[in-house]
Design a protein around this ligand. Structure first.
Ligand code: AMP
Ligand code: MG
Length: 331
């Protein structure tokens, strides 16, 4: 299959619509990462997403909609707190898990009775969805386990020849996937952290938000058990005595003949003189924006030593992605 990489314009959206209507899959940018979309009501089309990515079929997809009014077409009921989340946070980088109705096939929800709903705020994602006039289910547009794509090139590198179209919208803004939330009783749970933080949810909704899902006994977000976001080389996340530990590990591994690269906070770059070092950004927002792109850019080294960045409003989301990128290799 020939994979087209096209800029977003009317012609591209028409082509995308025709492909989606024909049961094909299309990659498109959102404000978080690039998604790989299909008509959520077409089981055969949805299966193509799992095939192209090599994604396990027990990992559910998020249904992306163009308008708030569309949500009730695909779910059973929406309670007061859920409605408040929709009113206050959508469109935006948040996915809300609701009870699905029979318009959503089980292939989308990995056999479950719930469906994650998201309204992207990125213009290109909205234009694509609104032109298709279909609910678009999508995971991130990468090969399973690889870092999520934040550039059209990343999608191309992973899926060239496997999908017919990538809409090229440049680099995505947020850089990590949406916050996934679910209401259970009167409690709100974060199933996957993202840009919308626990504090922001608590402040705007006036409820306690719980994020320690396993301790509270409710099922963790399906899919979170899998290896994720891994670069091709080894990676260590350094959280304690950062400067000394990074320098020590750098020297030890360089002596062994390994090619080592340091990812650090902007202000710390000057502390690693004569070493191979790049800045992840000045805070967790910038680091989230850059992380997946840098993992792909620097994975031709033997080892990435990454400083954990603990300032800004996206610390939880960033830590979640970095700790998975390094497969729990944290000191
Ligand atoms: P991706 O953004 O590529 O990781 O794929 C979608 C992710 O959304 C899944 O891996 C889950 O973590 C989450 N998700 C999707 N549907 C549901 C659901 N029904 N309940 C809980 N989490 C979900
Ligand atoms: Mg993904």
């Amino acid at each position: 299959m020939n994979t087209k990489l096209l800029k977003p314009n009317k012609q591209t959206y028409e082509l995308a619509k025709n492909l989606i209507n024909a049961g094909e899959i299309v990659a498109f940018p959102t404000e978080t990462v690039y998604g790989l979309g299909a008509d959520a009501t077409n089981e055969i089309a949805v299966k193509k997403i799992f095939e192209a990515k090599g994604r396990p079929n027990d990992n559910p997809l998020i249904v992306h909609l163009g308008a708030k009014e569309d949500i009730k077409k695909y779910v059973l009921n929406i309670n007061h707190l859920e409605q408040k989340i929709i009113d206050l946070f959508m469109p935006g980088p948040i996915s809300l898990v609701l009870q699905k109705n029979d318009k959503i096939p089980y292939v989308v929800t990995a056999g479950g009775e719930t469906v994650a709903i998201r309204l992207p705020e990125n213009d290109i994602a909205r234009d694509f969805i609104n032109t298709c006039k279909k609910p678009i289910c999508a995971p991130s547009a990468n090969t399973s386990k690889r870092p999520s794509p934040t550039l059209a090139k990343h999608v191309f590198d992973d899926l060239n020849g496997k999908i017919p179209l990538i809409i090229d919208g440049g680099q995505t803004e947020v850089g990590i996937e949406s916050t996934v939330v679910k209401v259970e009783g009167n409690c709100l749970y974060i199933l996957r952290p993202g840009k919308i933080s626990k504090e922001e949810l608590e402040n705007k909704l006036g409820v306690k938000v719980l994020s320690n899902i396993t301790q509270s006994g409710i099922v963790q977000s399906p899919g979170t058990k899998y290896t994720h976001y891994k670069p091709k080389c080894d990676m260590i996340l350094v959280k304690t005595d950062v400067i000394e530990n990074i320098k020590k590990l750098y020297e030890e591994n360089t002596k062994l003949g390994k090619k080592v690269i340091i990812f650090c906070k902007k202000e710390d770059k000057c502390k690693f003189k004569n070493m191979n070092v790049v800045s992840l950004g000045k805070n967790s927002e910038e680091a989230s924006h850059n992380l997946f792109k840098m993992l792909r850019e620097y994975e031709n080294n033997d080892l990435i030593l990454a400083e954990f960045i603990d300032n800004g409003n996206m610390v939880e989301g960033l830590y979640n992605r970095m700790s998975k990128s390094c497969s729990g290799n944290i000191i």
